[in-house]
Design a protein around this ligand. Structure first.
Ligand code: OOG
Ligand code: MG
Length: 264
């Protein structure tokens, strides 16, 4: 059940969109709307999508968040969420991002999937997802909460498009064959050359393909499928790391190669 009026939803979406574009953090939504629920959060997320598409931006992919324990613990949120990725979020591999364009950016390493077949249904298996996968690529996501102090609860972060800000992907697409096990695939996140976080694909729901199956299940509730060709971030494998101007963040992914972002 939604607790917000259509006008409330539109106003909150406009506020969050403006906070993102001006890099100005705002108070967490539940301070003003204590009864905000998950359905409200997704309604605001949809309204942000409408604002951005009206402005001429387009959705270029989807993301899952809080699919690893490391992420859930870091942010004190206990269940996976989904959100949209817009065209201007995509940075070139090894591209630059001015820290001043975000409130308090952090970076996390993720395995990204590109589908060759649509996925539909509430009970898909890892094998179903892999059979529908065209390739995977190494990715880094820049997240940036539009809430003060990077603090939020689950409905508030859903409304804020799951803190999505920018992403980069490595240049070598890798088909998913029997030779590569995405669950034991190792990942190291480096900041200025030093490893600051590390993990393996299994950190994400025991296998990152499960995040894609979970996204399909979430969309199935709305009677939607994940279309063929969709690019999907499966969720941070490790905790996210804060960045300052001058930092270089690199993700080293076993089998998949590396990708990086320079912050200025
Ligand atoms: C929310 C976004 C979570 C992930 O990969 O888990 C996310 C946040 O941590 O601010 O993108
Ligand atoms: Mg993420």
């Amino acid at each position: 059940m939604s607790t917000l009026t259509t006008t409330n939803i539109r106003n909150i979406a406009a506020k969050l969109d403006a906070a993102e574009l001006t890099a100005t953090a705002i108070p967490m939504l539940t301070e003003e709307f204590p009864r905000l629920g998950m359905e409200d959060g997704y309604a605001v997320q949809d309204a942000i999508k409408a604002i951005k598409t009206e402005r001429g931006n387009s959705v270029v992919g989807l993301k899952m968040g809080f699919t690893s324990l490391a992420k859930m613990r870091q942010m004190n949120c206990d269940s996976p969420i989904r959100a949209n990725l817009f065209d201007y979020f995509a940075l070139p591999d090894d591209g630059e991002f001015p820290v001043s364009q975000a409130c308090h950016p952090r970076v996390e390493a993720e395995i990204a999937f590109v589908l060759k077949k649509a996925l539909r249904g509430p009970n898909l298996t890892v094998d179903d997802v892999l059979a529908a996968t065209d390739f995977v690529v190494p990715a880094l996501e820049i997240i940036d909460s539009r809430y003060q102090d990077f603090k939020f609860d689950l409905p508030s972060v859903v409304a804020d498009n799951a803190s999505s800000c920018r992403f980069v992907v490595g240049s070598q697409p890798m088909p998913v064959t029997d030779k590569i096990d995405l669950s034991t695939l190792g990942v190291a996140l480096r900041k200025n050359g030093h490893i600051v976080e590390m993990g393996a694909g299994a950190a994400v729901l025991n296998h990152p393909a499960r995040a894609i199956a979970m996204l399909a299940a979430m969309l199935a509730e709305k009677d939607e499928a994940i279309p063929a060709g969709t690019f999907i971030l499966s969720g941070g494998i490790t905790a996210a790391v804060a960045v300052q101007p001058g930092d270089y963040i690199q993700g080293d992914f076993q089998y998949l190669g590396t990708t990086g972002i320079r912050f200025n």
